[in-house]
Each structure stands twice: as C-alpha cells, then as structure tokens.
Design a binder for this molecule. Structure first.
Ligand code: FUB
Length: 335
C-alpha cells in the first residue's frame, strides 16, 4: 500500500502521533501549516468525528439528493485559493464519505475561468442537477464571475451550461462569488450570491437565467460572504459568514424573515472559534435536514486542526439545533 498527499503529491509522508503527516521540507510557518494536511491511519480507530473529509477542503455545500447526503467543497491548500477543481462526496450517514472524483475542472471544462474554483452549490430540478460556481480568468479581466453547470447525476460530470458567466464581473457591486440556491415549497428557486454585498433573485425555471430587474440587494449588517437559506415551520433563516476567511474570527451569523426575499431581522452569531479545542476560523457553512425529521446539521470549514490557516482548511459537520422559540442555538463545534 502506498500513500500520497492529494494536494502535495511530491512531498513525503511521515508517521507521527498515530497519523500520517506531510513531511515538511523545512521548518517554517508555511510548512508547518502545510503539515496540517492530515491522513488518518486506517489501523488506528478514528476517535473524533471531524474533519469529515480527508484533506484540505473548504466552503462545504451539503445537500440531500436521491436518498444520500452530498458534499461539494472548494479544494483547498493553494495560495490565493487558486485551485481549479470541484469534487463530489456522498454519504448515507454523514460519517462515512465516498469520493466521486472531480466533477468540474476550470481548466478543460470552463472557457471563461482558469482559477479560483470557489464555493460550489448544487440544486436539483426537473431531474437535472445544477452546479453554481465562481471563477477568475488568468489574464484580461481577472475579476471573479459566477457560472452554472449542469449534469444528469449529482456526481456529474457537469458541463458549463451557458458557455459564459451567469453573473458577469462588474455587473453588481461586490465580488460575484459564493452562490447558493434555495428552492421554496412552491417550487420556486432563488439564487443568492456575493462577497461584500448579498444579492438575491428568483431563478427562471431553466435554473440558468433570471430577470435582472428582479435582483435585490439584501446585505445584512456584518455580512461578508457565504450566504445560506433554509425554511423551517414557515420561518426563513438567512445565514452568512462574517469577517475574513483568513481570520480566526471568521464566524456564522443569521437573520430570520417571512419570505425568501426577506425582510430580514438579524438575530446574532451561531458559530465561532473555540480556542480551547484549537478550532479557529469557523465559517462558510451550509445546512441540511435529515429527511422526515426535525434534525438539522451544519457543515462548515475551519482552519485545519492543529496548524491550518485561511487557505489550509478542513470540513466539519455538527448539529444545528433550534430553541423552542424558533431561534437557532449556538452551535457547539466538535473536534
Ligand atoms: O474558498 C475561497 C473563498 O474563501 C470563498 O469563496 C469564501 O467564501 C471564503 O471561504
């Protein structure tokens, strides 16, 4: 059996503290951070639930499709978040995850984006699966743009549905990144996106177009990026990340509203660092409900424990609980 690092295939792995670690080329902060890429030893029982994915991943989008849970993350571990590939993972129990490989690669698959494959979101409609994503070009206008790809399966392969961005750079203030689609009980889907400013628009039934006249700016106070919307018992919950993903104070806050478009009332912070556990930079989350139950889970990223940072992040899942009055209880992040 051989082991190789997914993100750093040229580096040697070494065994330490019952885990396999990337061998630092030299003892510097940079290489200590890279060493946070952790591969768990199969001969040692896993003692903690998190991280749920092996390796460096961020911005997890969790969704339940066709009887399984799926995770779609950003591939992390690259300076300036310059990765190009999206992967898919699935699970029956939120604990054991099956890797389905690369489902979209900006290199061969997207003509207008070369890098910055960030923060995917997947929605299903009419028997098809839509992957919303952002990317930047290597030359010319390098500002981020938002695109949509389509597939016949949740595990792809996805193909760029438009051959051009769905939201072109510069059309609206803020960065065109961090898309999310919420589909209401009436079947209507809404696209949310943006860093620095949050926008929402109803999507047309084709899931790949919208009426620009319907775009609304719904930026809550404290908002930075990573919006996510759910509905429970008639209340809509808009959640988002505050501060910079490179800060240990990156965190999740939320508001409640009476419709997918608001108006929204900010309620407070529900997920933040726990320095006693070495957990920092908890944010860019998503939420899924166990089908047929009132049990909810939050997927989020944090600095890889113990030595990660804002570009070396790991994916965790914890319970999201509601109080009797419908407010969200503060999430307890677990190791
Ligand atoms: O992963 C790249 C970027 O970092 C995402 O788009 C942001 O939400 C932040 O997590």
């Amino acid at each position: 059996m051989t082991f190789a690092s997914y993100n750093f295939p040229d580096r040697r792995l070494r065994h330490r503290d019952n885990e396999l670690w990337i061998d630092p080329v030299q003892d510097s902060d940079l290489y200590r951070a890279d060493s946070s890429f952790r591969v768990r030893s199969p001969w040692v029982p896993k003692t903690t639930a998190n991280p749920v994915l092996p390796g460096l991943f961020a911005d997890p989008h969790i969704v339940h499709l066709d009887g399984r849970y799926y995770l779609y993350p950003t591939t992390d571990g690259y300076a300036s978040w310059s990765g190009t590939q999206y992967t898919a993972w699935s699970s029956a129990d939120l604990e054991t995850w099956t890797f389905h490989g690369t489902i979209l690669d900006h290199g061969p698959d997207v003509s207008w984006a070369d890098n910055s494959a960030w923060a995917p979101a997947v929605a299903a409609k009419n028997g098809r699966y839509y992957l919303y994503f952002s990317g930047g070009a290597a030359s010319g206008n390098t500002a981020k743009q938002l695109g949509v790809a389509v597939a016949d399966s949740p595990t792809g392969p996805f193909r760029d549905a438009l051959g051009r961005p769905l939201v072109a750079a510069g059309t609206y203030s803020g960065q065109a990144i961090d898309p999310m689609v919420f589909t209401d009980d009436d079947g209507r889907s809404y696209l949310y996106w943006g860093q620095g400013a949050l926008r929402v628009v109803p999507l047309n039934d084709d899931m790949t177009s919208f009426d620009p006249a319907q775009v609304r700016n719904i930026t809550p106070s404290g908002y930075n990026e990573g919006a996510f919307v759910i509905e429970r018992d008639g209340t809509y919950y808009l959640m988002w990340s505050e501060n910079d993903t490179r800060s240990e104070d990156y965190r999740v806050a939320y508001a409640t509203g009476s419709s997918p478009l608001g108006p929204w009332t900010k309620r407070g912070v529900i997920l933040s660092k726990n320095l006693d556990l070495g957990i920092k930079g908890t944010g860019h989350h998503s939420v899924v409900r166990a089908p047929g139950t009132d049990t909810w889970y939050i997927a989020y990223h944090r600095f890889a424990v113990p030595a990660g940072n804002g570009t070396n992040r790991e994916v965790a899942i914890d319970r999201l609980r509601f109080n009797a009055d419908g407010t969200i209880a503060v999430v307890v992040p677990t190791p």
